[in-house]
Design a protein around this ligand. Sequence first.
Ligand SMILES: *Cc1c(COP(=O)(O)O)cnc(C)c1O
Length: 395
Amino acid sequence: MNIYVDNAATTKVSETAITAMLPYFNQVYGNPSSLHSAGQLAAESLLIARETVANILGCSPKEIIFTSGGSEANNQALLSAAEIGKKKNKKHIISSTIEHHSILHTLEKLKKQGFEITLLNAHKNGIIHPDELIASIRPDTIFVTIMYANNEIGSIQPIAELGKICQEHGILFHTDAVQAAGHIKIHVKKENIDMLSLSAHKFHGPKGIGILYAKHGIPLTNLIEGGAQERGKRAGTENLPAIIGMAAALQEAAKHIDKTAAKLIPLRDRLIEGLTEIPHTVLNGDPIQRLPNNIHVCFEGIEGESLLLLLNNKGIYASSGSACTSGSLDPSHVLLAIGQPHEIAHGSLRLSLSEENTIEEVESIIKITKESVTYLRGMSPIWKDLQEGKRNYVI
Ligand SMILES: *Cc1c(COP(=O)(O)O)cnc(C)c1O
């Protein structure tokens, strides 16, 4: 039997989302821009989906743009803010060292265009301090983007506080909430969020669909030119089945959010307890300000990739950190940013749970991981050196 614990990479589409989507493939298949009744029926469903997600996020349906996912929403948010900055002759952007690559790579692009970027450092527990944001604000700061919750180490940022600081300084505030959605209640107005990105496939919706929320009055820059869909800000015939599936998944997640957390937190904490019993193991991220479904540890003296393969052979599907950097041999930028040395950062394991995981699965993950780490250490020349005192333990 397989145990899927890689829900931060992607999730299984829920039955609710699938059931909601099905009629939109071959029954309500009109183009929402068509004037005939088939088109208008599709347009009505599109509007209802937009109202559903807007209600959950605490904004107006007019402030929702459907995108192809989290990466596109992040790109559009940043490029829009940059255009606003150019017009106001403000060239300073603040972000953090632990953002997703769809943010960091877009910031690099903006740097080449003459923007100045300050990356705030996350502290050892993966959390950004609001006073450090205040200290980094300049008269020419146009934009701040800080992720809601980290996709590798699960740390949750004080978003409402960061948003308030930006509001007081008249600076636009964006948050990549892709990992937070479905796990943390989000209310964009109460948390002073001007722009926010979501992705359906991280909360049991389909892949290739996401949301950019942009507060009324913020001029958006198009990434894709064409028709007048999405208020003219994102051209292309709407992916209605996916939009319907996303709205259904978000609604379901929002409805059960407390119940889900109450189920996942004990499983998460048992995994943390069990895995950190392994000698020379450290938990990354904050133990409390942490996503209910995230466990991230580093084991000294082993390679994360080898561990993943052993776990895979036993039917446990996990990750070493970010799905985006796996395949490259560079250690995770997030682990380096929180101060983990290279040799530790290589030995990482991320488990990200869903409502479907059970305590029995958790116990077998602990048992199999303990055996696998012991086995790998037995073959590791670095571990031998550590044991013989030829090297010093880092953890
Ligand atoms: C997955 C993820 C993204 C990218 O979303 P896609 O829909 O896969 O493009 C962006 N940010 C974070 C934090 C993520 O975890």
